[in-house]
Design a protein around this ligand. Structure first.
Ligand SMILES: [Zn+2]
Length: 96
């Protein structure tokens, strides 16, 4: 993340490599406001704000933030960039 070394293998980027790659990952909660209508809210009756706020307050500020939005940045050397692209999500073997 310092732009000086590869975050995966630790190799120096500026000295050893002409090219470096930046990986910017954004993980955010996806809400679709169109799916919740006023009718739905009224039908569901009592949405329990108190319980929600209590459950959120038991998280640290960082945990609460991570549930909504998280950004990760990595610097990669070319070999690690190739490897990363073959498996951007560990455990996910298809979908490219
Ligand atoms: Zn590397």
């Amino acid at each position: 993340m310092d732009g000086i070394s590869c975050d995966r293998c630790g190799k120096g980027l500026l000295i050893d490599e002409e090219v470096r790659y930046q990986v910017h990952i954004v993980v955010q909660a996806a809400y679709d406001p169109m799916e919740i209508t006023r009718e739905d809210l009224e039908k569901s009756g009592h949405f329990d704000w108190k319980t929600l706020m209590e459950s959120l307050s038991q998280l640290t500020e960082e945990e609460a933030q991570d549930q909504i939005h998280r950004e990760l940045r990595f610097d990669l050397c070319p070999p690690c960039q190739k490897l990363y692209l073959t498996t951007p999500l560990p455990g996910l073997t298809e979908g490219r």
